[in-house]
Structure formats: structure tokens, C-alpha cells
Design a protein around this ligand. Structure first.
Ligand code: AMP
Ligand code: MG
Length: 328
């Protein structure tokens, strides 16, 4: 394989349909068409329909912007899971067709692993403990012996989904994360809410139920503030213990909720106290994007890990600890 091989990556596990071309050194081009629900949360069938309508434009604009010849593309990478079945299948179908058309290997990427590898690539973190916090996922992860191991995780919903559900109850439009972050800044009084850490795991659905049930007697600002304080403290507590247990001196924050400045502040405090280096990608790269899929696809290609079409069925429940990681 040539040093400067270019990979096309396509992400579309949930809300963001996004494609990118990367080589070993840089992101060459990217283009995205996020799905934004008109009301309510992400409906898997609607999101998949939106991806199906936009995927041609997203791929062709990504390639056109790069000003490269098609034969420079040496692989087609896509999110094979975890994610919403209908969304995954839409992207997988387009990716298989492209791989056949371009006569290049297909690369089925684990979406969580892609967040981590891309985060390491962008920030220079070497062997970090990872806090991965997105809509559907919340996990504390570190590499050991050929795999990413999960040290702690949510017992029910991801912290992003919890925030989105909470905000939806108050009529705020999806995604709720950035809106709740703003409201929380204006919170004045802490409202007592559940704090659920069990061993190394955490749970968020009781927090949503409790916070929404107190909507009559408390302001939305106070509830947003208290919700964030509890949810992020739970994540920070488990992360701190995992840093000690896994003996890491680096922490990497990835996933859409990683954009939140209050969460970053809590983690930074822990890192300062423990002399741990804190890494977080630029805000626009913490959430789902095509470049992370393209970059991880490149790692797979270099390690002979192409995905034969007959074994490219999507894996809606693909866990990061099920993926082989030979490149670490
Ligand atoms: P991802 O699936 O990794 O793209 O992450 C999407 C999730 O991140 C959604 O649940 C958003 O509400 C959440 N999110 C985005 N920005 C923020 C923010 N500033 N604070 C908290 N959550 C956020
Ligand atoms: Mg994600």
C-alpha cells in the first residue's frame, strides 16, 4: 500500500450523515448533512430516510471538494455499528456499492473505536483512559492486550440521550445538549436529584424521571444546572477511579457530550489533582463525523482488515471491546 493512500469514510449511525476523505497525515475534505427532527427525538426510520435522500450529495461533494482522481481512493470505510439499524443499513448499502464500483476494499468500522482512534490522532494522546460520552453511549474505556476494554458504562441510556429526553420534556428542540448547557449557566439553586453510581457503572434514566417530575416547583435553569452537576459528577467519579485502577496518566474525552464546558471543567480538575494530561479534540470533532470513520478505515486497511461484502452485515449492538485492535 502506498504511504499516501486516501480513504473515503462515511458516518451515519444516527443523526449525522457525514463523509470525508483522509490520508495518513490529514483530512482532505469533508461534507455533512445532519438530520434534524422536526419534533421529538431521532426517529430511526425518518433519519434513515433523510440519509438515503442525501447520501449521493454528501459523497459526491466530499469527492469534488478534494479535487482528486477516483482511482486515488484506496478503500471505502463505513460505520458498521453500533447505531440505529435503519440508518446503518442505508449507509452500508451505499458503501458496498461504492466499494464494488471503485474496486477497492470495504472497511466496516466500529463507531466507538473510531471516536477513540480519531481522538488520539488529533490530540496526540498515546495510551489514554477514554471517556466516551455520546447520545446513545457512555463508557469508560482503555486499551489492554489487543482490545479496548470497558471499565465502566451506563446501565441504561447514554448521558446525551438523558439530556435530550430531559430537554424534550420542556419543549426544547433536539439536540438538547447545547441548550441545557446554556440554561445551566443561569441556574442559581441546586435541586436534589438521584446520583446513581453502582460499582464502576452509572445510570441516567432515574435522573431524567426525577428532574422532569420536579418541573412545577423549580425553574428550568435550576433543574438544568442540577441535572448537569449530577450526571457529570457521576461520570467524573467513575473516570477518576478508572484512571487509578488502569494506571493511566492521560485522559481523552470523546463523543458529542464532550463539547460541554462544565464536563470538561470537572475532568480537568481531576486531571490536575492526579497529574494526568487531559486531551479533548476540537469541539467540531468530538461528535459523530465522517473523518473519524475514514481514519480508522485507513488503520484497518494497513492491518489487512478489509470487510468482505458477504460479512458486511451491520451490527447495531457492536461493542468496542469486540473489535480487534492490532495497530495500537
Ligand atoms: P454524538 O452521538 O457523539 O454525535 O453526540 C450527540 C449527543 O451530544 C446528543 O445527545 C447531544 O445533545 C449531545 N451534545 C452536543 N453538544 C452538547 C453540549 N454542549 N453539552 C452536552 N451535550 C451535548
Ligand atoms: Mg458517536
Amino acid at each position: 500500500m502506498k504511504e499516501d493512500a486516501i480513504i473515503l469514510g462515511i458516518e451515519g449511525t444516527a443523526w449525522n450523515l457525514s463523509a470525508a476523505l483522509v490520508d495518513e497525515r490529514k483530512i482532505i475534505s469533508e461534507y455533512e448533512k445532519p438530520y434534524l427532527p422536526k419534533e421529538g427525538g431521532i426517529h430511526p426510520r425518518d433519519a434513515a430516510q433523510s440519509h438515503a435522500s442525501n447520501i449521493k450529495e454528501v459523497i459526491s461533494k466530499t469527492i469534488r471538494k478534494a479535487e482528486i482522481d477516483l482511482d486515488e481512493i484506496k478503500g471505502v470505510a463505513f460505520s458498521i455499528g453500533p447505531g440505529m439499524g435503519p440508518c446503518l443499513r442505508t449507509v452500508a448499502t451505499a458503501s458496498r456499492a461504492l466499494s464494488l464500483l471503485l474496486k477497492v476494499p470495504l472497511l466496516g468500522v466500529n463507531h466507538c473505536v473510531a471516536h477513540i482512534e480519531f481522538g488520539r490522532w488529533l490530540t496526540g494522546a498515546k495510551n489514554p483512559l477514554v471517556l466516551y460520552v455520546s447520545g446513545a453511549n457512555s463508557q469508560v474505556i482503555a486499551y489492554r492486550d489487543k482490545k479496548y476494554r470497558i471499565y465502566g458504562e451506563t446501565l441504561d441510556i447514554g448521558v446525551g440521550n438523558a439530556i435530550d429526553k430531559f430537554s424534550r420534556f420542556f419543549g426544547l428542540k433536539h439536540p438538547g445538549g447545547p441548550k441545557v448547557e446554556e440554561l445551566a449557566k443561569r441556574g442559581k439553586e441546586y435541586v436534589r436529584l438521584p446520583y446513581v453510581v453502582k460499582g464502576m457503572d452509572f445510570s441516567f434514566s432515574g435522573l431524567v424521571t426525577a428532574a422532569t417530575s420536579k418541573s412545577k416547583e423549580n425553574s428550568l435553569e435550576d433543574l438544568s444546572f442540577s441535572f448537569q452537576e449530577n450526571a457529570f459528577s457521576m461520570l467524573t467519579e467513575v473516570t477518576e477511579r478508572a484512571l487509578s485502577y488502569a494506571r493511566r496518566d492521560e485522559l481523552l474525552l470523546v463523543g458529542g457530550v464532550g463539547a460541554n464546558l462544565r464536563l470538561r471543567e470537572m475532568l480537568e480538575t481531576v486531571c490536575e489533582e492526579r497529574e494526568v494530561k487531559f486531551f479533548v479534540p476540537d469541539r467540531r470533532y468530538v461528535g459523530d463525523n465522517g473523518a473519524m470513520i475514514a481514519y480508522t478505515g485507513l488503520l484497518m486497511l494497513k492491518n489487512g482488515m478489509a470487510t468482505p461484502i458477504e460479512r458486511s452485515s451491520v451490527k447495531p449492538n457492536f461493542r468496542p471491546d469486540e473489535a480487534e485492535i492490532p495497530w495500537f
